[in-house]
Design a protein around this ligand. Structure first.
Ligand code: GRG
Length: 339
């Protein structure tokens, strides 16, 4: 199977035949039903995020409806069982509620067009309780603070159309205190810039309408520097490339209108080299074992680069397909065609 990549007029398109969509869809469905594996046991604490990755990948590939109504209801029933008495969701049944899994639950309901079934007031009350006086957010009742959790809460609230429930200005000002000399952002003030944190901070600032806190040229340069010789992206200097950074880096570049600052054709080739064309799934690097996490972020990265007729366009701020956001009345971020 060919892995040829072509550069279009404005975005990088890839050969439609080279993304093994059917194999990836089969891989995701099989991984979700393989309950007797070690991997399944090891990932129990983040089951809701795992479900979001798999379902969102299926949705981007246009394969979500093929799951069928019975499976949809089975998944929604599982998510419901992860809901805590405080209104938030845990990563698995009986686990403590956390901002991240609450976002995953809201995303899963959005993907299944079932958001009207959510107890919105209870979720809003829960995420409100996580904001601290300095504008930051803790992830759960146990108190860890991280810019990831700011993103999770702002994204959750925007998807529920309840952004006014928290101090958004304070949240954005706190993120600004996590900005570094290189233009990037860390988990807390003084924390090292990391592409994953950069996505959460730029995404949260985009939701909060405060992208003026970003030095777009400086950060764009730092993000573009993440591309290594083989075409893949790393998360910080001197580190190995990993397919997941195709999302964390490229989404931030996309929000900033600078995806053309990297060699997108080379990145697409790297992602396609990491796919298992027959067994399905995408791995972190070529010839490694595929998993659902890298499968989602690889496909999402390809979608950010060139989606014409192959995969659905994905929104770089909310990490959900445009069509899902449109259903929620949210205008997708307008930068995916930057050139
Ligand atoms: C809705 C897409 C979406 C996300 C929700 C939780 C969250 C919000 C975002 C996580 C952002 C983040 C920090 C991603 C980085 C994940 C990662 C690959 C960490 C690995 O870090 P190291 O230090 O790896 O092990 P490197 O590559 O630096 O060696």
């Amino acid at each position: 199977m060919s892995t040829a990549v072509t550069e279009g007029d404005d975005v990088c398109a890839f050969d439609p035949c080279s993304l093994a969509i059917d194999a990836h869809a089969r891989f995701i469905v099989a991984a979700s039903s393989a309950e007797d594996t070690l991997e399944h046991a090891f990932t129990e604490h983040l089951r809701l995020s795992g479900m979001y990755w798999g379902l969102c990948a299926l949705s981007v590939m246009g394969k979500l409806d093929a799951l069928g109504d019975a499976k949809r209801e089975e998944i929604l029933d599982y998510v419901e069982r992860c809901r805590g008495t405080n209104g938030g969701y845990g990563g698995g049944v009986g686990h403590d509620a956390h901002a991240l899994y609450t976002l995953s639950a809201v995303q899963i309901y959005a993907l299944f067009d079932a958001s009207e079934r959510l107890d919105v007031d209870a979720i809003v009350k829960y995420v409100q309780s996580l904001q601290l006086a300095d504008g930051s957010f803790q992830g759960d009742e146990w108190g860890e603070v991280d810019t990831r959790f700011t993103y999770c809460v702002l994204s959750t609230l925007r998807l529920l159309n309840r952004l006014d429930a928290v101090d958004v200005d304070g949240a954005c000002a706190y993120i600004n205190t996590c900005r570094n000399f290189d233009g990037g952002f860390g988990a807390t003030p003084g924390g090292e810039s990391h592409a994953g944190q950069v996505f959460t901070c730029v995404g949260a600032l985009a939701i909060g309408g405060r992208l003026d806190y970003v030095d777009a040229d400086l950060l764009g340069w730092w993000l573009a520097e993440r591309q290594v010789k083989i075409g893949g992206l790393n998360g910080r200097p001197e580190k190995l490339p990993d397919v997941c950074y195709s999302w964390w880096v490229l989404s931030a570049l996309s929000i900033l209108g600078r995806t053309h600052w990297i060699d997108r054709a080379a990145l697409a080739r790297f992602i396609l080299r990491c796919q298992d064309e027959s067994g399905g799934g995408i791995s972190d690097r070529p010839d490694d074992e595929p998993d659902v996490y890298h499968t989602f972020f690889g496909i999402a990265g390809l979608s950010l680069m060139g989606h014409k007729g192959v995969v659905e366009p994905i929104d770089p701020v909310f990490a959900l397909p445009y069509n899902v956001l449109e259903r929620l009345g949210i205008k997708p971020w307008p930068t995916s065609t930057d050139s």
